[in-house]
Design a protein around this ligand. Structure first.
Ligand code: DCT
Ligand code: MG
Length: 466
């Protein structure tokens, strides 16, 4: 409908709602369907806003007059990220990780390029700190690892892009060292420290070696000291001994380093449920890990299994499931770890310790779904992909704690455990929650109940990525 029609005179007509000048212009084709822009008038002014809206629409962008739920990108000028956030709060709009808050320079650049340009700032900063964290991990420097991971997590969760040092004000977990690096990246487009790490031979070798399933820091250190720099040399070396896990790691290397997609994870879920329910039809099977947090890709697929039945049935389940897949020819590797769980043991004080449940680390053969076109893009007729799968079996009583623990992220788990210890005088791990003041275990049937015990609002799995 032509909006101007509503302006025609008549005694009972209300004055038409004030609309931007651009509404009066002929409609433009929308080229970028996934993007819905809103341009903030605050500090920009009506005239400039109208001009930019009209221009963006002419370039094929969808620009809304009003802020609504469908908006994906908010463009502002002369406002810092935190100022836009404040404005959103006043409007009663909750900023989410799906909503991008951007400086007008992004829009101008995008219009110049004739398409939305990649939003680099945030990813660049996050990547930088993840690289520094990884390097600290390789050096077994726990303190610096946690510092950089925290910085990466906090930056990831910011609903705006940091464009100036002003944007870093008031953000927690950004110490002086971290701020220095951010400043360097803002000013020079890169950090000399990150650059040095990326060029460092030790970092490069560790990154390569630890990409093999079954290879940790100790083995990497050994191979590095022995002078190895490539996987080919390692694999063909006759003097080296490999564990069963490393042998599988080399054998399925290409598949295992290529990420697991959500579709593959769902297909593995079908296999897991089929196998589990063949022996324990009342068992609950939940996909945990990154996929439960809504991640689109992962390095493995994690499942938590629990059943209200007897302990003996529980104990026998994973061996039966393994046997079931072995017979079907789907089992490429497995390592069954028996339970060391004790019922009334206090939760661990360490934030990073492993849990005591029975579990199985596997590599499964996932056959590709048949493609209707009949064409196969798989190399040399290989019709399957090796996928890393973790199965954890826990007693029914502990399933809420196990679910919370196995959903991650690791950073989130660390933070919530620290919060329990320091703010609530409680001890939380994958098995239980213990109240030190009341000297008792607090039971929970669901994650919601655990959050309630901790005095926290429920945090959805997809909000636990930081
Ligand atoms: N976890 C745990 N105890 C372990 C290993 C993991 O409590 N021994 C928790 C922390 C995160 C979650 O389980 C899943 O672990 P990962 O699979 O390593 O991480 P992810 O978040 O699923 O990410 P991805 O698999 O994509 O790397
Ligand atoms: Mg995982």
């Amino acid at each position: 409908m032509d909006p101007l029609c509503t302006a025609s005179s008549g005694p009972r007509k209300k004055r038409p709602r004030q609309v931007g000048a651009s509404m009066a212009s002929p409609p433009h084709d929308i080229k970028f369907q996934n993007l819905v822009l809103f341009i903030l008038e605050k500090k920009m002014g009506t005239t400039r806003r109208n001009f930019l809206m009209e221009l963006a629409r002419r370039k094929g962008f969808r620009v809304e007059n009003e802020l609504s739920d469908s908006v994906t990108h908010i463009v502002a000028e002369n406002n810092s990220g935190s100022e836009v956030l404040e404005w959103l709060q006043v409007q009663n709009i909750r900023a989410s990780s799906q909503l991008e808050l951007l400086d007008v320079s992004w829009l101008i650049e995008s219009m110049g390029a004739g398409k939305p340009v990649e939003i680099t700032g945030k990813h660049q900063l996050v990547d930088a700190f993840e690289i520094l964290a990884e390097n600290s991990e390789f050096k077994e420097n726990e303190v610096s690892y946690v510092t950089f991971m925290r910085a990466a997590s906090v930056l990831k969760s910011l609903p705006f892009t940091i464009i100036s040092m002003r944007d870093t004000e008031g953000i927690p977990c950004l110490g002086d060292k971290v701020k220095c690096i951010i400043e360097e990246i803002i000013e020079d487009g890169e950090s000399s420290e990150v650059k040095a790490v990326l060029n460092d031979e030790r970092y490069q070798s560790f990154k390569l070696f630890t990409s093999v399933f079954g290879v940790g820091l100790k083995t990497s250190e050994k191979w590095f000291r022995m002078g190895f720099r490539s996987l080919n040399k390692i694999m063909s070396d006759k003097t080296l001994k490999f564990t069963k896990m490393q042998k599988a790691g080399f054998l399925y290397y290409e598949d295992l380093v290529s990420c697991v997609t959500r579709a593959e994870a769902e297909a593995v879920g079908v296999l897991v449920k089929e196998a589990v329910w063949a022996f324990l039809p009342d068992a609950f099977v939940t996909m945990t890990g990154g996929f439960r947090r809504g991640k689109k890709i992962g390095h493995d697929v994690d499942f938590l299994i629990t059943s209200p039945g007897s302990a003996e049935d529980e104990e026998q389940l994973l061996p039966k499931v393994i046997n079931f897949w072995e017979k079907k020819g789907l089992l490429l590797y497995y390592d069954l770890v028996e339970s060391t769980f004790e019922k009334f043991k206090l939760p661990s004080r360490q934030v990073d310790t492993l849990d005591h449940f029975q579990k199985c680390f596997l590599i499964l053969k996932l056959h590709h779904q048949r493609v209707d076109s009949g064409k196969s893009n798989q190399q040399e007729g290989k019709t399957w992909k090796a996928i890393r799968v973790d199965l954890v079996m826990c007693p029914y009583e502990n399933h809420a704690f196990a679910l919370l623990g196995w959903t991650g992220s690791r950073q989130f788990e660390r933070d919530i455990r620290r919060y329990a210890t320091h703010e609530r005088k409680m001890m939380l791990d994958n098995h239980a929650l213990y109240d030190k003041t009341k000297r008792m275990f607090l039971k929970a049937e669901s994650e919601e109940e655990i959050f309630a015990h901790l005095g926290l609002d429920y945090i959805e799995p997809w909000e636990r990525n930081a």
